[in-house]
Write a protein that binds this ligand. Sequence first.
Ligand code: KG4
Ligand code: ZN
Length: 337
Amino acid sequence: MTDAGALVLGIETSCDDTAAAVVRSGAEVLSSVVSSQVDLHALYGGVVPELAGRAHLELLTPVIGEALGRAAVRGKDLRAVAATIGPGLIGSLLVGVSEAKALSLAWGVPFAGVNHLEGHLFAALLDHPGIEWPVAVLLVSGGHTLLVSMEGPGRYRLLGQTLDDAAGEAFDKVARFLGLGYPGGPAIERAGAAGDGSAFAFPRPLLGDGLDFSFSGLKTAVVRAVRARPDASDPDVAASFQQAVVDVLVAKALQGAVAVGARGVCLAGGVAANGVLRGAITEGCAELGLPAYLPSMATCTDNAAMIAAAGWWQLEHVGPTPLDAGADPNLRLPLLA
Ligand code: KG4
Ligand code: ZN
């Protein structure tokens, strides 16, 4: 294997996806395997932490084996093993971190503990290696809603964040209320495709008021509207809710991009899979003459290729993570002073 010194095995187990990937030089994805636990948690309408941890224990070793096999590499060919150390569910994180440390010891290669949020930011680089800095990154997932000015790998300034629910969490809660199933984002998008996004005039929280977000009041507005009009069609409610979220996300992302003189706008995280959001950000960027960097569907949602990419960069620029470093369920994105 040529250039084996740049191969990193990435491991991601922060929530309900068990993932492993092999990436060369932080850029070339040789394999990326994601085993979703969606069916397991769908029975309960959301992620059950104890079940997630146990499922990672069962799935992780075969998923790593498949990632190595598809990439045709052996453990000893690797430059390092990288794993998500936080934020996330502690029981889930520990499975990935323990296995990564054990493999790094067994293969005699360094360990890199990666911040999951930073991983999502690196996902953009896998799809768009030629990005010009700075870019405004809208990171919208089930657990986080952050608007970040990324001045380069490892250089982040926080422009705004949610004051309550994450965008994906709002999708999940509204979908559960409407009985559309789990995960909520894709369910709302499917239902909304047949609805009218202007049927309900839901609030656009904090629109025109800085770069922070708030979604819990919007969720309450949906509940009130449906209780007031029990005959309302689910597709109309779903489409109107989705439109309200997208309007706020896009307006603030573009406002933030202009404020920092960004040379593009980038989406990251599971909600970035949403077609209405993708369309609106593309349109808004075109009006500003800025490129919109959209991740592929596979790089939006949790995966280990983004962890391997971030891990490779970290090893090159910061160094390995000591083996006594633990998982941190509340880890924050490291910001520039
Ligand atoms: O990044 P991710 O896979 O996991 C976390 O780190 O949270 O994001 C999962 C979130 C869930 O809340 C899910 O409902 C949302 O992303 N999501 C979507 C769509 N696909 C996934 N939200 C809106 N539209 C979608 N198509
Ligand atoms: Zn994530």
